[in-house]
Design a protein around this ligand. Structure first.
Ligand SMILES: *[C@@H]1O[C@H](CO)[C@@H](O)[C@H](O)[C@H]1NC(C)=O
Ligand SMILES: *[C@@H]1O[C@H](CO)[C@@H](O)[C@H](O)[C@H]1NC(C)=O
Ligand SMILES: *[C@@H]1O[C@H](CO)[C@@H](O)[C@H](O)[C@H]1NC(C)=O
Ligand SMILES: *[C@@H]1O[C@H](CO)[C@@H](O)[C@H](O)[C@H]1NC(C)=O
Ligand SMILES: *[C@@H]1O[C@H](CO)[C@@H](O)[C@H](O)[C@H]1NC(C)=O
Length: 366
């Protein structure tokens, strides 16, 4: 395990800027009562990011292109303002994430894998488009300022993360966090080494993956562009990051949801209430297994089930007809609600970008 000194300027700016474009909280339960529960993964699952990728579990966010191909999902930055990403709908309370991906090219383009909680605990991998290095970072309770006993960012040399696929693993327990680059552990952070645990990430986090343009001077403060090691020239694009597979394991088994009813401003993991049960995400993942089981059934069993289903379908079709017009009316209402939600997200992104331009960073204001 080797650790490399980072130049002071880079350290200072990393604290201010890293993954800002991807940072967002819907409801910070350290500051507010009544935040919604976070759905849990509550087990382990492998997600293929090729054509079989599940868009109910991974939600597309922000402007920019995502495409499912044979190699995986590509996230492409074509123009200023693009920062396409996918967020998992599930959260984990301590866990392991293995991402097989290839970083994007382009000066100032930041390919990022982030674990983040709604109270702004965070663990990252990041890669600049024109650098032979892997950047690691962690943040506790939204604190982005380096101080005694708190060194969020560390960088490690590696050869062209933009040329080949690599396995980037984060292993997070209540005692320590490990960053693994393929089969080598490059960094380990102990609980007590994050200001005696006060800055140790310890609230349920989801997975957020995608590139952003740290070198876009129209959307970032000068410190961010400097941290990203130069201005992005969009005419040299498009710039694509590709994700092949993501393995996730929630170390809290059998969790269905995480509740913050007992949470206070400490952000302590012991104040997260675990609600047990079958998680929605695992139920969806297992849905596929149900299909496999069907294929394994005998011919007779299949015919029996099919006959039952057919009878049900005939009756259901009749009932369905009766409700046809009602559903149409409701469908229009839902569409309008969805539009309103999209407008709201777009305006939040705009506000965030305006905040960045004026030097006020979004994470302080939500
Ligand atoms: C989950 O973990 C178990 C035990 O380690 C393993 O056998 C299984 O293959 C994993 N499932 C997935 C979907 O990766
Ligand atoms: C997706 O990837 C998985 C695992 O590599 C593979 O088994 C599957 O056939 C792929 N599906 C498609 C449609 O490419
Ligand atoms: C990045 O550029 C190098 C050199 O031109 C090329 O070999 C590599 O395939 C590019 N990577 C991506 C992700 O476009
Ligand atoms: C990724 O690397 C970790 C650490 O070496 C290893 O345990 C894991 O099996 C690897 N995962 C994949 C999908 O290659
Ligand atoms: C199960 O999978 C099918 C397609 O494979 C999908 O249409 C259906 O909505 C899924 N059901 C659940 C409960 O996720």
């Amino acid at each position: 395990m080797r650790s490399f000194a980072v130049c002071t300027a880079a350290v200072v700016s990393v604290l201010l800027s890293t993954t800002l474009a991807q940072t967002f909280t819907a409801c910070n339960y350290r500051e507010k009562k009544g935040c919604p529960n976070n759905p849990a993964l509550g087990g382990n699952a492998t997600f293929n990011f090729n054509a079989t990728m599940n868009e109910q579990i991974w939600r597309k966010k922000n402007q920019g292109l995502t495409e499912k191909g044979l190699e995986g999902t590509t996230f492409t930055i074509e123009r200023s303002g693009d920062s396409p990403k996918m967020d998992s709908t599930f959260y984990m309370l301590f866990g392991r994430v293995e991402v097989v991906m290839r970083a994007a090219n382009g000066t100032g383009i930041v390919s990022s894998i982030m674990l983040q909680s709604e109270s702004l605990d965070e663990i990252d991998w990041e890669f600049l488009g024109d650098q032979d290095e892997a950047m690691t970072a962690y943040f506790g309770r939204g604190d982005r300022e380096k101080s005694d006993g708190y060194t969020p960012g560390e960088e490690f040399p590696m050869k062209s993360p933009q040329a080949d696929f690599h396995n980037y693993t984060l292993d997070w327990t209540k005692e320590r966090i490990q960053w693994w680059l393929d089969d080598k552990m490059v960094r380990e952070l102990k609980y007590e080494d994050a200001k005696g645990g006060k800055r140790y990430p310890q609230t349920p986090m989801n997975v957020r993956i995608g590139p952003w343009a740290g070198g876009d001077k129209d959307n970032n403060a000068p410190g961010v562009v400097e941290w990203a090691k130069g201005e992005t020239d969009f005419s040299k694009g498009p710039f694509s990051m590709t994700v092949k597979t993501v393995y996730v394991e929630d170390y809290t088994k059998n969790a269905k949801e995480y509740s913050f009813a007992d949470m206070d401003d400490s952000g302590d993991w012991r104040k997260v209430k675990v609600i047990e049960g079958e998680s929605e995400a695992l139920a969806q993942v297992n849905n596929k297994t149900t299909k496999d089981r069907w294929n394994g059934l005998s011919h007779g069993a299949k015919i029996g089930i099919a006959a039952g289903v057919l009878g049900f379908v005939v009756i259901a079709a009749l009932i369905g007809l009766l409700y046809f017009f009602r559903q149409r009316r409701q469908g229009r209402k839902e569409w309008a609600a969805q539009q309103a939600q999209q407008d709201k997200e777009a305006s939040e992104l705009l506000q965030f970008q305006q905040g960045q331009r004026s030097g006020k960073f979004g994470y302080n204001r939500v």
